[in-house]
Design a protein around this ligand. Structure first.
Ligand SMILES: CC(C)(COP(=O)(O)OP(=O)(O)OC[C@H]1O[C@@H](n2cnc3c(N)ncnc32)[C@H](O)[C@@H]1OP(=O)(O)O)[C@@H](O)C(=O)NCCC(=O)NCCS
Length: 179
């Protein structure tokens, strides 16, 4: 199916200013399901994991909810219980950034991380993008198996890192205009 992005300003939860992902996608394997439907996400579960993770340590719930509302999200479920997650930040046309990938500890080592990575790449949006990137300080094998290549070139990838993760997003100062 050709991916058709739509810029509608309400998401599945009727939250304002959210990106509409277009059609929802699901993948099935026995009792396991991967879905892009944000309404199914267990925010408590995701928040509990991420605020204890090394990359999003201490993230507050409002910031996480804001990020989820503006991302293409992949929830992995066993029956109705969420057991994994991946979040894709994207302009829906050219570029995506893969983030927040995890499988809950008791289900690791069963190929679910790989299945989640494959499903992300199979999504019609993702398969049409020019570039997909991620930052990984752990589990390089997961991404290598999915086809990602390390850049390993000095002076090519640049970043500004600001300690804003512990600030509720509402507390960030966004200037009205820049002169
Ligand atoms: C990383 C993570 C998502 C992987 O999920 P998973 O379901 O355990 O991974 P899989 O079972 O699909 O394993 C993927 C492959 O890597 C292999 N693998 C697993 N652990 C490995 C290790 N320590 N070293 C090398 N290969 C490893 C597996 O054998 C499998 O390969 P195979 O199918 O050829 O056997 C999961 O471990 C996790 O949530 N970790 C904590 C969060 C995290 O670190 N996220 C990544 C942030 S960058």
């Amino acid at each position: 199916m050709k991916y058709q992005p739509r810029s509608v300003i309400a998401d599945n939860n009727n939250q304002p200013n959210a990106v509409n992902d277009g059609p929802l996608f699901t993948w099935h394997k026995g009792a396991l399901t991967i879905s892009t439907d944000r309404r199914l996400l267990d925010i408590d579960f995701i928040h509990h994991f991420l605020r204890h993770s090394h990359w999003a340590q201490g993230i507050d719930r409002a910031t996480l909810e804001h990020a989820i509302r503006h991302s293409l999200c992949f929830g992995l479920y066993r029956k109705k219980r969420q057991i994994g997650f991946a979040r894709v930040v994207t302009d829906h046309a050219t570029f995506a950034w893969l983030s927040d990938v995890f499988i809950t500890a008791e289900y690791r080592g069963n190929g679910l991380g790989q299945w989640l990575m494959r499903s992300c790449l199979e999504h019609p949006l993702m398969s049409g993008l020019h570039r997909i990137m991620l930052y990984a300080s752990q589990a390089p094998w997961l991404y290598a198996k999915a086809g990602y290549e390390p850049i390993n070139q000095p002076d090519r990838v640049w970043t500004i890192t600001q300690p804003a993760i512990d600030q509720p997003c509402g507390a960030l100062h966004i200037p009205q205009s820049v002169h």
